[in-house]
Design a protein around this ligand. Structure first.
Ligand code: HEC
Ligand code: HEC
Length: 108
């Protein structure tokens, strides 16, 4: 019985956990032009701050590649720039390019 319970809890833990880091680079050409690299999205860190349903499906579809994220949309208050997120005092702001993008050229 204890073993079954243990297995159940293990399975549940795996099921409930979200994905690990997610590389967001659908807009690779545009990223290159602007001189910034892909975003390595720290999913686990966000799970500690919010519930799955705070983001899925309203802000982000929970399927890689299904979200048409751009900086214009972020700045318009969608995706990363949604209320209470990186457009608010609750999180670092959108002009901190290097906190989200890898390989940001110097002086950004
Ligand atoms: C809170 C995180 C975050 C910050 C801060 C941020 N970005 Fe982004 N940005 C993203 C994400 C996520 C994408 C989508 C990447 C993709 O799917 O290719 C993106 C996409 C982009 C793109 C490609 C799409 C487009 O809109 O042309 C460019 C260029 C870009 N960012 C530039 C910047 C610059 C410059 C800054 C600083 C002024 C910045 N970003 C700050 C998260 C961020
Ligand atoms: C702060 C917002 C946020 C929270 C909270 C969050 N997610 Fe996500 N999730 C994202 C983003 C952003 C993506 C990337 C979507 C993309 O690739 O276009 C994502 C992607 C996913 C994916 C798709 C992975 C893939 O490779 O297709 C799954 C599944 C997922 N999340 C499940 C969860 C679960 C389960 C929880 C709660 C334990 C959760 N998420 C909590 C923002 C969040």
């Amino acid at each position: 019985m204890a073993v079954l319970l243990f297995l159940f809890l293990q399975a549940h833990a795996i099921y409930a956990a979200g994905p690990g880091d997610i590389r967001l680079d659908d807009k690779i050409e545009s990223l290159k032009k602007a001189g910034v690299g892909p975003v390595i999205y720290p999913h686990a860190a966000h799970e500690k701050l919010y519930k799955c349903a705070d983001c899925h499906p309203k802000i982000f579809k929970d399927k890689h590649g299904a979200n048409d994220i751009s900086m214009k949309r972020n700045m318009d208050g969608q995706f990363c720039g949604s209320p209470n997120c990186h457009n608010s005092p609750k999180a670092f702001p959108l002009y901190n390019c290097a906190r989200c993008h890898t390989n940001v050229r110097a002086a950004r």
